[in-house]
Design a protein around this ligand. Structure first.
Ligand code: CA
Ligand code: CA
Length: 290
């Protein structure tokens, strides 16, 4: 699944791999994984060799660094998303019956999901993904994810730098045999923060306090960092801006499907656990079975 992705290990004008060796600012597994110096050298060498390859070789697909041989030396992130919850219907008049739901993007890897955005437009930034290494340091890989300065309305605090297409909500038909059918409706919502809102799975490798407290609201920033720490969740309540799918005119059994990173822009240790399903019977009366 990940073969379509090329991490595009970032190379500067002097053909230098951006492979940083500073101290990580987050909790790591270094205390329980033992010495890794020799293996880290192998990783660093592999990355430098990759950077030195001729152009034709660089164009070849490169495995997700979080699924390749060196993955064990990386504190790779893994995103999941909880099933749609706290569902209710908001009747907005003819043709607009909004089935609202709370979403819960969960950070469940060995390291945080972290993006560094750099401005490339009036209200956009390109991003690099930062992946921490076992024993300290980090690698930086170019990401197809972009940031958008997104206005969610005054009630929810105004505008924030958010990750475009971080998640997607679909409504799928459920066939008589219980199998999932075609997508019949889609939510307009595409942009989300990455942040530490709730520590939903505490553990020894999950920071006890927020490391990524919230998304930046300064439209003039040239650079921002977003992330979600291990064991933490970025949650949006059902009443929040665009947390809905329009179910007007539908009846029968459907699945409210949530997918995190639907465009596969972000490198994760598991790319196959990014979708959740919640059955709903429509017209909706609060029944989440069929
Ligand atoms: Ca995942
Ligand atoms: Ca992914």
């Amino acid at each position: 699944m990940s073969s379509r992705k090329t991490p595009r290990i970032r190379i500067t004008g002097s053909h230098r791999v951006v492979l940083r060796f500073g101290r990580p600012t987050i909790a790591t597994l270094q205390d329980i994984l033992g010495p890794v110096r020799a293996r880290i050298s192998v990783l660093a060498t592999a990355l430098l060799v990759a950077a030195a390859l001729p152009a034709a070789s660089q164009a070849a697909p490169v495995e997700n660094p979080c699924e390749g041989k060196e993955a064990k030396q990386l504190l790779c992130p893994n995103l999941r998303i909880g099933p749609a919850s706290e569902l209710y219907v908001e009747d907005n008049g003819p043709g607009r019956v909004l089935l609202r739901a709370t979403s819960d993007v969960r950070s469940r890897g060995r390291g945080p999901m972290e993006l560094v955005g750099k401005r490339n437009g009036w209200r956009t930034m390109r991003t690099n993904q930062r992946i921490y290494r076992v024993g300290g340091g980090q690698i930086t890989v170019s990401s197809d994810a972009t940031l958008r300065f997104t206005d969610v309305g005054a009630y929810w605090g105004g505008a924030y730098w958010k990750v475009h297409q971080l998640a997607q909500f679909n409504l799928r038909a459920v066939e008589p045999d219980g199998s999932l059918g075609a997508v019949v409706r889609t939510s307009p919502k595409l942009n989300y923060c990455l942040r530490d809102l709730e520590r939903t799975q505490p553990s020894a490798v999950s920071p006890a306090s927020r490391h990524y407290p919230g998304c930046n609201q300064n439209p003039y920033r040239s650079r921002v960092t977003l992330g979600t720490s291990v064991g933490w969740s970025d949650i949006y309540p059902a009443p929040y801006q665009q947390q809905w799918i329009n179910v007007a005119g539908l009846s029968g059994c459907f699945s409210f499907e949530m997918t995190v990173d639907p465009k596969e822009n972000l490198f994760e240790s598991n790319e196959r656990d990014n979708t959740s399903q919640r059955l709903v019977s429509l017209p909706f009366t609060g029944i989440t079975t069929c």
